[in-house]
Design a protein around this ligand. Structure first.
Ligand code: NAD
Length: 456
């Protein structure tokens, strides 16, 4: 394979050849991409088992299936999204017509993290192909087995002048970021997001930053605790809690905390059994560094349930820390593991000011039957997105924007938004020549009154 510099040059030339813009070319490549994913399904499942201990069903549900669903949706709609659109023309411009030409941004760079290595690498790539961009893709080194399978697949189906994947560590990311791109789609941590934003700012490159952070859960006194705990057992422990929008810390109304905790334990054991470490459907921590980081977070707080460990396999059982205090280590960083930090509250105002005093969360979840409380939370807090009486599932939707705000990210994607992320809308005013109304031009004389009527 060519070097980064060679691929960069080839992709620039290829984009200007106009080939990637052609609608038939885009469609053919989306279809080629779809059949390759189906062909590589079992290799991906094997790799995800090795990297993250994911069961084949979990891998399909949370990775491969999501990519195929986005691909099918895009294939059904992208031609309509890409069409030139006529829009209304203000009277002032008579005789003119106005239209929007949706164009690919050009040469794109996609960088992804290790926690959902298939989905978070391939869904943005659907946006690059459908919009007509070229792409250089850089998956994470931590999910090395999956990255290898992705590389094999991409090398097999695409020419590097169109789409290329580079393996490697930070040095490769750093080299890639030293080039001027037309668009960067980055998914990862807040700290690396800052580095990407800084590099992109130098060239004024459009960027989407899908970052992380601590996503709170509020369980008020009206919540249906049985439903709440069943849904949370799924949302918190899928992929061993290594999900960007995983519920991180929990505020439970004081009158409900005991019942919540006991139902939570039941829900965990119903889903994963008593011995979660021995359960093949309960994922592992990505590597020893993160395993140790999580162990030290657990050590800093009172354990209510779990905290069983298997150092050999980097596995930690479902763990509930309670009662957690604001200054404990687990409240100082994104947990990103199978650990729940639970606190009690009495007054919703205290919860609101607690969350307001921290970075804007990527996701926020409220479990409640009280519409006033739900609306209050939605109108008084800034966060990326979320669910009512559920968690993480807002990310599985073609119609909802998925992304953060402020510290948790910039921009959003999924469905049409992914296509639009990689696109630029050219607004064109097309003025006919058969008539020239000189109202706008000097000499102005007494034209102001007529101009006012035309503009308002
Ligand atoms: P990370 O930021 O460490 O790595 C992401 C990518 O950046 C990887 O490809 C990595 O190789 C690269 N990278 C790492 N250090 C770099 C550096 N100094 N310079 C340039 N590139 C560098 O993130 P991670 O640990 O792989 O993933 C976990 C984080 O990602 C969590 O914070 C999680 O919340 C977040 N995340 C967000 C989303 C989302 O959709 N918003 C999804 C998944 C994960």
């Amino acid at each position: 394979m060519s070097s980064i510099a060679e691929v960069y040059e080839k992709q620039r030339n290829f984009f200007y050849s106009g080939k990637s813009k052609d609608i038939a070319f885009r469609k053919e490549n989306l279809k080629k991409f779809r059949s390759a994913i189906i062909r590589y399904e079992s290799k991906m499942k094997d790799a995800l088992r090795l990297d993250l201990g994911k069961s084949p069903t979990e891998s399909y549900e949370t990775e491969i299936g999501i990519v195929l669903s986005e691909l099918n949706y895009t294939l059904r709609h992208f031609e309509k999204w890409a069409k030139k659109k006529r829009v209304h023309t203000p009277l002032l411009h008579f005789p003119s017509k106005s239209y929007i030409i949706t164009e690919p941004l050009g040469n794109s760079l996609i960088m992804s993290p290790w926690n959902y290595p298939v989905q978070l690498t391939l869904v943005p790539l659907i946006g690059a192909i459908s919009s007509g961009c070229t792409a250089v893709v850089k998956p994470s080194r931590y999910s090395g087995e999956t990255s290898l399978v992705l590389k094999e697949m991409i090398d097999e189906i695409f020419d590097e002048e169109y789409i290329a994947l580079f393996l490697g560590g930070r040095d490769v990311n750093t080299e890639l970021l030293s080039y001027k791109w037309d668009y960067i789609f980055f998914t990862g941590s807040v700290n690396v997001g800052r580095i990407v934003a800084e590099k992109a700012a130098k060239d004024l490159t459009k960027t989407t930053l899908e970052l992380g952070g601590k996503s709170p859960v509020i369980i008020d006194e009206s919540a249906d605790l049985k439903r709440t705990t069943t849904r949370l057992a799924f949302a918190k422990f899928i992929n061993a809690g290594q999900t960007c929008v995983a519920p991180d810390y929990f505020f439970v109304h004081k009158t409900k905390s005991k019942e919540f905790l006991s139902l939570m334990v039941k829900a965990i054991e119903k889903a994963y059994g008593v011995d979660q470490i021995g359960n093949d459907e309960f994922g592992k921590i990505i590597n020893h560094h993160h395993y140790q980081r999580l162990c030290s977070l657990i050590e800093g707080s009172p354990v209510y349930y779990g905290a069983m460990k298997d150092e050999q396999r980097n596995k930690i059982s479902a763990t509930i820390l309670f009662p957690v205090k604001e200054d404990e280590p687990v409240m100082q960083e994104e947990i990103f593991g199978p650990v729940m930090a639970v606190m009690e509250y009495e007054d919703l105002d205290d919860v609101i000011s607690f969350i307001r005093n921290r970075p804007h969360p990527l996701a926020l979840y409220i479990f409640s039957e009280n519409r006033k409380n739900i609306e209050r939370i939605h109108s008084s807090l800034i966060f990326g997105g979320g669910c009512v009486n559920d968690a993480i599932m807002h990310l599985v939707s073609h119609t909802l924007p998925f992304g953060g705000v402020g510290d948790s990210g910039l921009g959003s994607y999924h469905g049409k938004r992914t296509f639009m992320d990689f696109s630029h809308e050219k607004g064109i005013l097309d003025h006919a020549t058969w008539l020239d109304i000189t109202l706008r031009s000097a000499p102005f004389g007494r034209k102001e009154k007529i101009i006012k009527t035309m503009l308002h």
